[in-house]
Design a binder for this molecule. Structure first.
Ligand code: NAD
Length: 251
């Protein structure tokens, strides 16, 4: 299966839905979930670092892990794959990105229609009330900083066992149900409900294109599989779409 085939599907599409995961940002220097548990954090269990129970049990440890990930995100830049998706958005009236990433890099690259399924690591929320906290509200003399209500601040991300932000899943489900092509980039396809989006798209008639370095849980459902890295494959795919469209207009 080839870039040519994927470009043909995208050139003929009117509506496109893109699902991205941690592999999308790997070449920006942001570790995937598996890779983030190396080094200092190698002994830690994901459920301890990314669940409400884990936070309650050890808020300082969890806050420090997220603080180290925030630093990586702040130092990172969008890669050629993020920039290719900005170009792709310019080709369609209806293109939506639903990302599992919490790094905000699609928005920083310039994509305008982005659903952050799992929140944003640069934001903080009150652990008790759930409301979003502004930086000036945080008592930064503590670790974790505290909310004016006395509870801890927590990272503004979705943890295991938590619901997605209000309305976001419904918006993503509606967009994937109406798309002609669903492009799935750099996700292992194991985290629900995000992993179901391409499956719902396929059930509604969409063609599925996967871009991933390795086989994933999405691979079997994909019509076209492009093995390679997001920052390499996406730019060449977007270039090919332009070539396919030009060729069909000329003929
Ligand atoms: P994952 O870590 O489970 O899987 C990453 C996938 O990306 C793998 O299938 C891998 O083969 C692929 N991959 C790795 N490098 C790639 C590259 N350069 N190009 C293309 N594919 C590549 O990630 P997931 O499926 O997103 O699920 C993990 C969870 O962890 C998500 O819920 C997400 O919110 C969170 N997370 C987010 C970030 C981030 O914001 N950048 C980073 C780590 C984890």
């Amino acid at each position: 299966m080839s870039v040519e085939e994927a470009a043909g599907l995208l050139a003929a599409a009117r509506r496109v839905f893109v699902v991205t995961g941690a592999g999308m940002s790997a070449e920006s220097g942001i570790p995937t979930f598996r890779d983030a548990l190396t080094g200092l954090w190698s002994g830690c269990d994901p459920m301890t670092l990314a669940s409400p129970d884990g936070f309650e049990a050890n808020p300082e440890l969890v806050w420090r892990w997220y603080a180290s990930r925030r630093e990586r995100v702040l130092a990172a830049q969008p890669n050629a794959g993020h920039l290719a998706l900005v170009r792709l958005e310019g080709r369609y009236e209806d293109l939506m990105i639903a990302t599992q990433n919490v790094d905000g890099l699609h928005g920083r690259a310039g994509s305008r229609r982005v659903l952050e399924l799992h929140g944003n690591i640069l934001e903080s929320r009150c652990f008790r009330e759930g409301r979003r906290l502004e930086e000036r509200e945080l008592d930064a003399s503590r670790v974790p900083p505290s909310c004016p209500c006395g509870s801890h601040a927590r990272p503004g991300v979705v943890w295991f066992g938590e619901a997605l932000p209000d309305g976001v899943l419904g918006e993503a489900a509606a967009a994937v149900a109406r798309c002609d092509v669903c492009l799935v980039v750099g996700t292992s396809g194991v985290v629900q409900p995000a992993a179901s989006l391409p499956i719902w798209g396929r059930a509604a008639g969409a063609k599925i294109i996967e871009i991933n370095r390795e086989e994933s849980e999405i691979t079997l459902a994909a019509h076209v599989v492009l093995r390679g890295s997001a920052a390499t494959v996406l730019p060449s795919l977007v270039d090919r779409i332009a070539a396919v469209r030009n060729a069909s207009e000329a003929s």
